[in-house]
Design a protein around this ligand. Sequence first.
Ligand SMILES: [Fe+2]
Length: 163
Amino acid sequence: MMLLRAIEQTFCKLQEPSLDQLKAALQSIDCLLHNVPDYKTEPQQLSYGRNVIYSTKNLEVIVIHIPASGSTAIHNHGSSVGTACLIKGSLVNTKFLLDSEGYPIAQADDFIRAGEYFEAPREQIHQLSNPFHEPAISVHVYSPPLDNVKRYLPYSEVLDYVI
Ligand SMILES: [Fe+2]
């Protein structure tokens, strides 16, 4: 409960926060983030658990649970920016650029350990993967709340094989 109260008190003041302001706000409640796993949910329609624990018209706070061997789709964040902290486990954050046909091409993999922060600047296209044996639980803040998020399929998954 202290975590939810701290999130409300910290984030209710932010109107149109920059990425740096979002990150600073999340870091200011760092000492309570060990309670984030209390709010994890199991995957249902998605391949990962997704629990919105606080939302206003300006931003939303989401707990993400990616099970061992799970991953998100390749996606952007619409017109939102985001920051996140990995609370438990490890993740690989793969960033993509689009080729001339609009297919995502992987550019770089970042390895993220528990306790580390990572960011989703505007227009970033990425995928979070958990190729490890432990579940990964993270807390994410997006402003404005996510809307018009786009998913991308790699070319290898949309190929029609004609022989
Ligand atoms: Fe994302």
